[in-house]
Design a protein around this ligand. Sequence first.
Ligand SMILES: *Cc1c(COP(=O)(O)O)cnc(C)c1O
Length: 424
Amino acid sequence: MKFYSTSNRDHSLSFSQAVLQGLAPDRGLYFPSAIPELSAAQWSDILQCNIAEMGALLMAPYTDGELTSCELLQIFDEVFNFEIPLVDINSDISTLELFHGPTGAFKDVGARFLSRVMSRFSDEKLTILVATSGDTGSAVANGFLGLENIDVVILYPKGKTSKLQEQQLTTLGQNIRALEVEGTFDDCQDMVKSAFLDKEIQAQRPLSSANSINLARWIPQGIYFAWALAQSENENPVIAVPSGNFGNLASGMLMQKMGMPVGRFIAATNLNDSVPRFLKGSEYKAKSSMSTISNAMDVGDPSNFIRMVHLSGGEEELRQNLTGYSCGDTTTREWIRHCYKNFNYVCDPHGAIGYGALRSNLNIREHGIFMETAHPAKFGDVVEPTLAIELEVPERLKECLNKQKEALLIPASSAALKEYFLSR
Ligand SMILES: *Cc1c(COP(=O)(O)O)cnc(C)c1O
């Protein structure tokens, strides 16, 4: 299987090449040149499997011999070493809890797969460089923790993450280094970009990215959509996906294209609503991002929009295929309260928008599933005052709170990052 760049169909690579490269040189995203459509009988077989077997079967057409089926099975056994339960909210709505992994967010799945395949595909020592506003950095750091041929350097903005998020980034040790930048998330991203373009740094230490647009983070996320269906007693459910960069939803749509029996998808966003606006009929327009209480979805120009267009075969087809929903912070808090008061279930601010999307869109006789993308205790500063309750932080998330923070404070300049790399 070849993967072409969404900016140029003539530029195409194999899975391993595209994974090591991340973003295409023309800044396009890699996209499968052919998407296999499985029959209803094949899907009904797949839905009988356990999640690791499902992963191996659904991923095989894409890795296309670059990973054997035994390797795939072994990798997915490691990746899915935590539960992803489907929990009923009431008779119409269930939620897929994607937060039982090591860092409490769905990004653990993609990051754990990416780290394992990168370490197999790369024959030189790599340094993964990431900028994070919170969740991505910890999922990536945790995914790569302890790998011998890969180091991870994380840039995060001083004072802009939650205490828990900072501890998750700065207490791992081993092959993970945290740089605390005296600036904003945008500064961190600019520093990362200039490091990638810097020949001196690259000559000393090849840098690679673990960005969410990487195929090896994107495609395996589709597996838990199938896992949701496998656990559901309802046919063709409607699935609402709280979205920011739209990697999660686009991976579900890839499975839909492969014939997975889903009713339809709802794209659920906060006020960063470029996609829901587009779905209502206006032209797609990137906006600068706004800060909200569901901050992992504060994306004004989602990278994976282009993949959703390619999956649907055009912009108009995408509008036909997908429903949109968006709401602001006040409504998000109302959905958190609504779900708790009526069903005694605590949503995090991201999942709550998925819940709201279902409540606002489900037709009679439709069953809905929303993705719970993070553990509510990760966003205790929003959820606790909204519900006037105290949340129990799970042991695995709490552990890092008692560990010693290790981070190097650096100014927000590319020169400072360069000096860090060249002096090591
Ligand atoms: C990253 C993230 C999202 C958005 O996912 P995308 O794939 O970027 O759309 C939603 N919720 C949480 C908690 C996240 O960390």
